[in-house]
Design a binder for this molecule. Structure first.
Ligand SMILES: Nc1ncnc2c1ncn2[C@@H]1O[C@H](COP(=O)(O)OP(=O)(O)OP(=O)(O)O)[C@@H](O)[C@H]1O
Length: 229
């Protein structure tokens, strides 16, 4: 297996006042390329914390994270910014689409902002909007789209810079069951067709069971199951 993500001996402690909270410790795992990985755990078990550390948005207290052979804690600020823009695609529970831009403009923005010529960014954004099944809605503004459609635009936006790893933090947390399944199946299809690895946080056991690798946080530790459930 070609490891895309290598996490070893990860520990996160938060300080609030004089209290220390150990969220997790001794967390080690590897994820290959093109894998559909789910992460579950009770509220407060540290799922978002783990995603933020892997995504270069937060630092571990101990341990190391390597993605694509690069050790995140050794990156300069500029390398870290590039890493977040180019290597990682983020999808959050709230889509954070910009309301004054159309769907296709929202999707192309991260590419345009990181220097891709406008026409090339737009063409790839149009293809991604097709990929998420919204070709006929690309000139719509977020307020003219349903919650599920908005989240599919956010998925397309996460793909614009050809990331190797998508970090999705409860992307269906705000959607009804039908739309949750549509968005999750879309993410699974992206893993197959675009060759990205997906790390998906979900509270929904049915969606979690869809993972080829299933991670679970609990009691400060991580457990790993591989193979089809
Ligand atoms: N900046 C912070 N300072 C102090 N404590 C924090 C901070 N961020 C998170 N925590 C605490 O760390 C623990 C893990 O939080 P985290 O958000 O990672 O959990 P989670 O599993 O994603 O929860 P949920 O399912 O509710 O989103 C929680 O107890 C939380 O209160």
């Amino acid at each position: 297996m070609n490891a895309l993500v290598k996490v070893s001996g990860l520990k996160k402690v938060y300080k609030s006042g004089r209290e220390l909270l150990t969220v997790f410790q001794d967390v080690s795992f590897e994820l290959g390329e093109k894998r559909f990985v789910t992460l579950t755990g009770e509220s407060g078990s540290g799922k978002s914390t783990l995603l933020h550390i892997i995504g270069g948005l937060d630092l571990p207290s101990e341990g190391r994270v390597e993605v694509g052979g690069e050790r995140i804690s050794e990156m300069s600020e500029q390398d870290l910014t590039n890493y977040r823009n180019q290597v990682i695609g983020f999808v959050f529970q709230f889509h954070y689409l910009l309301k004054e831009f159309t769907a296709v403009e929202n999707v192309m923005l991260p590419a345009y902002m990181s220097g891709t010529p406008r026409l090339r960014a737009r063409k790839w954004a149009e293809e991604l909007i097709e990929l998420v099944g919204l070709g006929n809605r690309r000139e719509h503004y977020p307020s003219q789209l349903s919650g599920g459609e908005q989240q599919r635009v956010a998925v397309a936006r996460a793909l614009i810079n050809h990331p190797s790893l998508i970090l999705a933090d409860e992307p269906t947390g705000n959607l009804d069951e039908k739309n949750s399944i549509i968005v999750t199946e879309l993410l699974a299809r992206i893993v197959r067709e675009q060759g990205t690895t997906l790390l998906l946080v979900t509270h929904n056991p049915e969606l979690a069971a869809m993972g080829e690798v299933r991670l679970a946080l609990g009691g400060g530790a991580l457990s790993i199951e591989e193979g089809r459930a």
